[in-house]
Design a protein around this ligand. Structure first.
Ligand code: GCB
Length: 601
């Protein structure tokens, strides 16, 4: 081998090994931020709408070093500065921009956000700038310096900004861009509103220099008596102690840090988390410099043939799909109260399970649902026909999956990670989704992997599930709109289903649309009677599916979608809600409620 070639190979191998050695499994995210004292950066932010990205590129389309992120101010009357955050419009964070200003209703593009804040620095602390979510691309600057970027609209991200913070006055600028792109996840078409902005809360989170950055505390796979996990300590010294205690179980164990992490295992007999008794234990993690408390539940989940077993017992998932859209006012959910309203409606419906569609919902939503006893399906927006051949698209999807699992890995309520919704069959897609499923299992081997499929074929006696993705997932989700997109409601009751896989099937979507208050004959589209009839017949169909282990009709509440322009009926809402956006229950709500309350207990 020529020397130059062998040198190249050695260089390649060594750079791969360093990359590999440095690769962290989970995203760099502080675990359980609500347990920390935080400085909120929520409230009014100054905004500049910048469709041409004038604040970022010069007229040669080159990025500038004195863009809007400098937050420049005129120093003398002759200065030419063509923007001024201090005299600009303001909008609320958290919140989407579309519902805060009429002129931004359809806006997709860049908006610059700026917030001034005061900070008193302390010695021996690290400070993180933490965003719970920004849709879709964020470039973040602190006091004019770029601190980092993030892609993906529904997961948290953080930057350590200790050295960039000043004593006293500071300003943070975020360039937010929600332009849809073919290569993104989701791609350019989606059946929900592309709400832009800093849609979830922003915090400055100070921590001790040596602090608990992340942890995993759950039952070991398949065990009901072995609580296993690890505590990651940033700047921790090997050999230092970490204490893990669960006072209600009278457990207190010590472990030592090795390579930044302290592993532990606790023998205990916790009361298991389940919908009828969503027991959470106070778990305290302590190091010499830091202490955090979380509320954690313990349960097992597995499949056996076509059954889903929770704590070893078969359970039928009586569910509903939910978009994270605010009741009564539309727009993104921004408060705990709004989450609770949605969840209370799901309770009234008789649900023990919710499918949080089509992207990771806020941590507040997940935690509130867990307290109320809902089993959760959590998913990433690998939706419809994304670019399965594109490596960057895969990296983006994997990153969103990693951030979702990183944030929520201690939530017992989450039973399933979903890797996709209604993706078209094909080799590239199968490879893409198999790799994502492997990745999810690698990060978390205790939960089930699922995906919602719309690829069932017509068999001799009805519908046949044989999509090769069925082999990859643990639970098969089926989206099927009998009586709405296909067939007539009265024919649905007799539709038969078969599956090539001996696995549980959840009817992950089923339904039809109705405008609340519109009444008529059950043959008339958009009437409540039509929608109710769709459900009556689909319930009959589901009664005949032996391998059905749950369902989540589409959807709890009417939600905004720019695919739904029909005047006087849709008015930019997908009307498949069982409840209107104003909180009014349609007839179909009661059909499902009766089915859940009277059967499958
Ligand atoms: C689906 C999609 C969902 C849509 C729904 C509909 O299959 O998964 O995102 O909103 O159908 O209403 O068409």
């Amino acid at each position: 081998m020529k020397p130059i070639k062998s040198l190249l190979i050695i260089l390649c191998i060594s750079s791969f090994t360093t990359l590999f050695a440095q690769e962290k499994e989970f995203a760099d995210l502080l675990q359980n931020i609500d347990a920390r004292e935080k400085v909120s950066l929520n409230g009014l932010w100054d905004i500049i709408v910048d469709p041409l990205e004038n604040g970022y590129y010069n007229h040669r389309l080159q990025p500038m070093d004195n863009g809007y992120f400098m937050n420049a101010k005129m120093q003398s009357p002759s200065d030419l500065i063509e923007y001024n955050f201090d005299t600009s419009d303001q909008i609320m964070v958290p919140g989407d921009w579309n519902t805060q200003m009429e002129k931004l209703y359809y806006y997709e593009g860049t908006i610059w956000y700026k917030k001034d804040f005061h900070y008193t620095t302390k010695t021996n602390e690290l400070v993180y700038l933490y965003f719970e979510a920004v849709n879709y691309e964020a470039i973040v600057y602190l006091n004019g310096e770029r601190v980092g970027t993030h892609t993906g609209g529904y997961t948290p991200f953080q930057f350590e900004v200790t050295d960039k913070l000043k004593e006293g006055n500071n300003f943070v600028v975020v360039k937010v861009d929600n332009k849809r792109k073919r290569e993104n996840v989701p791609t350019v078409n989606q059946d929900w509103w592309n709400y832009g902005g800093i849609t979830r809360s922003v915090h400055l989170i100070p921590t001790p220099k040596t602090h608990i950055s992340d942890y995993y505390v759950q039952l070991a796979k398949g065990s009901t008596t072995n609580i296993e996990g690890w505590v990651a300590v940033e700047n921790g010294t090997d050999g230092d102690n970490v204490e893990i205690s669960i006072p209600e179980l009278r457990k207190n164990v010590k472990s030592v840090i090795e390579n930044g992490r302290a592993n532990f295992s606790i023998n205990a007999k916790p009361t298991l988390w389940e919908p009828n008794n969503p027991k959470l234990y106070e778990v305290t993690l302590k190091t010499a410099t830091d202490k955090l408390t979380d509320a954690i539940g313990f349960r097992t989940v597995a499949t056996q043939g076509s059954k889903i077993l929770l704590n070893g017992k078969e359970i039928f998932l009586k569910g509903i799909c939910i978009h994270e859209e605010a009741p009564f006012k539309t727009g993104r959910v921004t408060s705990k109260e709004e989450c609770i309203t949605l969840l209370q409606w799901a309770k009234e419906l008789g649900c023990n399970y919710i499918r949080l569609a089509h992207y990771p919902h806020s941590e507040t939503m997940v935690r509130e649902a867990e307290k109320m006893g809902f089993m959760i399906w959590s998913e990433i927006p690998v939706y419809w026909t994304i670019q399965f051949e594109n490596k960057d698209t895969y990296a983006n999807a994997k990153n969103q999956l990693t951030e979702m699992i990183s944030r929520d890995k201690n939530r017992a309520a989450i039973l399933m990670w979903s890797v996709a919704n209604e993706t078209p069959e094909g080799e590239a897609r199968l490879n893409f989704l198999s790799d994502l499923a492997d990745e999810a299992r690698h990060l978390d081997n205790t939960r089930l992997i699922t995906a919602a499929l719309d690829t069932q074929s017509e068999g001799d006696n009805g519908k046949m599930i044989e999509d090769p993705l069925g082999k990859v997932v643990d639970v098969i989700g089926i989206n099927h709109y009998c009586g709405w997109y296909v067939d007539e409601p009265q024919n649905c009751a007799s539709v038969k289903w078969a599956s090539a896989y001996d696995k549980p099937m959840i009817m992950s979507e089923v339904g039809g649309g109705a405008l609340y208050g519109l009444h008529g004959n059950k043959n008339e589209r958009w009437t409540e009677e039509y929608q109710a009839d769709v459900y009556k017949n689909n319930i009959e169909m589901m009664r005949n599916i032996e391998f059905l282990s749950g369902l989540s009709p589409w959807i709890l509440m009417d939600f905004r979608s720019s695919r739904r322009p029909l005047k006087r009926i849709q008015e930019d809402f997908n009307r498949k809600g069982l409840i209107s956006e104003q909180g009014m229950k349609k007839q179909a709500f009661y059909i499902i409620r009766d089915y859940y309350l009277k059967e499958n207990n």
